[in-house]
Design a protein around this ligand. Sequence first.
Ligand code: ADP
Length: 460
Amino acid sequence: MNSHQLFRHSRLRLALWYALVMGVILSLSGFGMYRALVQAKWQALEQEIESIAGTLHDSLEPMLPISEDPTLVLQQIFPELCVVGQPCNTNPTLIQRHTIGISDRQTYYIRLFDNRGNLLAFSPNQPTKLTQTLHSVSWQTLQSPNGIRYRQFTIILHGATAHQEFNSSNSASSWGYLQIGRTLESFDVEVKQFQWILAFWFPIALSGVGISSWWLSGLAMQPIYESYQQQKEFTANAAHELRSPLASLLATVEAILRIPQSNPQNIKTMLQTVERQGRRLSNLIADLLFLTSLEHNLSSPQLFQPCCLNDLISDLTEEFLELATFAKIDLISQIPDGEIYVLGNEPQLYRLVSNLITNAIHYTPNGGQVVVSLTARDCTAFITVKDTGIGILPSEQARIFERFYRVDSHRDRKTGGTGLGLAIARAISHHHQGDITVKSQLGKGSLFTIHLPCISQTSG
Ligand code: ADP
């Protein structure tokens, strides 16, 4: 296929389209997965910060004084926090984890502001150079000079008394703000890992897409290529089949023109040859047209009528008896007593069976036997034509139904066949929703079986 430029180009174009579409789908799903994973992690991280902030907020609020200096209270509640303006005690053993509810204090930092936005206290691990002014937006993402990112959550605190007022009047003023921040270092590392995995696998996946696209386009092109080859073969065969009788016809006409008028007997013989060749040509063209009409379903199944296969077989065996006797072949028919009917086109069914009987007689040597039998089972009629002839090689058995195919073209042409007989037989059986199969053994004989759906069968 690749040696043919048209097919190579089409295959390449198809492969490119496949690769493009599959590449886009793959990229979109890869990117979608990446976004979903990052988003899920981000949401989990925010929920964690929010829940810690909530726990702290709930435990802090009842203890917050309204008017006293908050520093003292804060030192009592958070001994590990550094109070602004006082030396910072960073001894980690002082941290009362159960109070603040943070198991990994390296990850989190806390800051407390008064209600004017002044920083009151902070945990010693807060990022250096973090702005001392308060931004009262709930969520903030910050970046330290060394590139580490932090996610920070700010929540309003109400004093103990105000809290009660707030509950009763719902209009209390705030005590201050609590800020919980978390380093995004591990999150960023994980995101980077995702990105690396994507960057590593994406080109591999794309190469896979490219290779499979080429393979798939080859698969898709194969039937088209085969059909193209068959068409090419058919055209060549048809041209060849038409050329031989035409050439001989022209040669005969030329010879007639050269023969002196005084020899009418010779002219008559030659004209008979012209007629024979002309008839052969006409038959060939008629067969081709008939085959085309069958293959394109041009003859309507609405014209089908019930046909009695018993009559058909007995008519045909009677008809071919003379030919068989002439060829010293024993032609036997086995017809059941019960009538078997199929819905079909009678002339076509005659042609179908007669093609098989003609072949069986042609390809069976003198003294052989041809048995035509009819049976029916499970709404299917079976017509078999069995001969004790030359048989067909297993490798040829599938090909004999192709148009113009002959096992031995030189010998078979001499028998008068065109190579269209079995192609027509198969087209007729398909046209009747049936099929035709062959079993054969070289040198022992062949068995052709026609399967047709039957409409009625009466037991004999
Ligand atoms: P043809 O008109 O040449 O007989 P067909 O299409 O009827 O063409 O058959 C195709 C080929 O199949 C024949 O050329 C012959 O070689 C082979 N064939 C068909 N029927 C038989 C048979 N009963 N026994 C042996 N070979 C057969």
